[in-house]
Write a protein that binds this ligand. Structure first.
Ligand SMILES: Nc1ncnc2c1ncn2[C@@H]1O[C@H](COP(=O)(O)OP(=O)(O)OP(=O)(O)O)[C@@H](O)[C@H]1O
Ligand SMILES: [Mg+2]
Length: 254
């Protein structure tokens, strides 16, 4: 008797990138990138400067036009009529290196802005959620502060609360701790760890290898617009298979 096959549940990817090509003028920046992200994955994207990591995130968010390939998010085509792009952006929370908070708005107002103004949700409902989110990023005591009155780490945590305010299906971080003082890096990573443990789906460009090893479910190493190697972050950090990944990981772990 043949044994019955083991049925492993296959989650449909929330993000599916297939053969993505991005050029700026004659320069090819992304050269046939294919990758999927399934719900609950924490994908850490690493690679040398100028390799196209930020450009990849911008393409996923529909901020760049693409020359070839396909990006699907939640079953929506990213290169699509404007209506779909707005829907995609609502479902992706984006956190940048430079916080990008509105300086004339308080922490609470920064978190409220997109749901209330862009997505026209009921202000009272959103405000209750915004207070909860600021509490979640450990800032309930600073909700009325303006960005200039907050430390870098606090501003970044407001930015994370803001990204969560539209109930996104995936969070994308672009070097969220690179602009921070060493003392405040830890508080932002702690919040990111909480989010990971909640089961959030995350695509994170980072050089924080300890974070990648602890919470990353997959590491993707890019070089010159291509994915060179990917795998379990702990395995990859311990023994990268390719020479290029080995060289890169050695430099940043020094
Ligand atoms: N708007 C643009 N116009 C022309 N070239 C661009 C533009 N944006 C990015 N590039 C180029 O694309 C390449 C990839 O840039 P990108 O910012 O995606 O790299 P990165 O991997 O995020 O680097 P870093 O680690 O330094 O942030 C770089 O050579 C950059 O100069
Ligand atoms: Mg970048």
């Amino acid at each position: 008797m043949t044994p019955s096959p083991v049925l492993t549940p296959m989650l449909a990817p929330v993000l599916a990138i297939d053969g993505l090509v991005k050029r700026f003028g004659k320069r090819t920046i992304l050269d046939g990138i294919s990758m999927n992200v399934v719900p609950g994955e924490i994908v850490c994207l690493v690679g040398p400067s100028g390799t196209g990591k930020s450009t990849l995130l911008r393409c996923v968010n529909g901020l760049e036009d693409i020359q070839d390939g396909r990006i699907m998010f939640d079953g929506l085509m990213v290169r699509a009529p404007a209506r779909d792009i707005i829907e995609v952006r609502k479902r992706i929370g984006m956190i940048f290196q430079q916080f990008n908070l509105y300086p004339h708005l308080t922490a609470l107002q920064n978190v409220l802005l997109a749901p209330v103004v862009v997505h026209r949700e009921d202000r009272r409902v959103v405000e209750a959620r915004a207070r909860e989110l600021l509490d979640r990023v450990r800032l309930s005591h600073r909700i009325d502060a303006y960005p200039a009155q907050l430390s870098g780490g606090e501003q970044q945590r407001v930015a994370i609360a803001r990204a969560l305010a539209t109930n996104p299906h995936m969070l994308m971080f672009d070097e969220p701790t690179s602009a921070l003082d060493p003392e405040t890096v830890g508080e932002v990573l702690a919040v990111m760890r909480d989010l990971a443990h909640e089961g959030r789906t995350m695509l994170v460009v980072t050089h924080e290898m300890r974070f990648a090893a602890e919470v990353g479910t997959r590491m993707v190493f890019m070089d010159q617009g291509k994915i060179v190697e990917e795998g379990n972050p702990r395995a990859m950090l311990a023994a990268p298979r390719t020479e290029r990944a080995q060289r890169f990981l050695q430099t940043i772990q020094q």
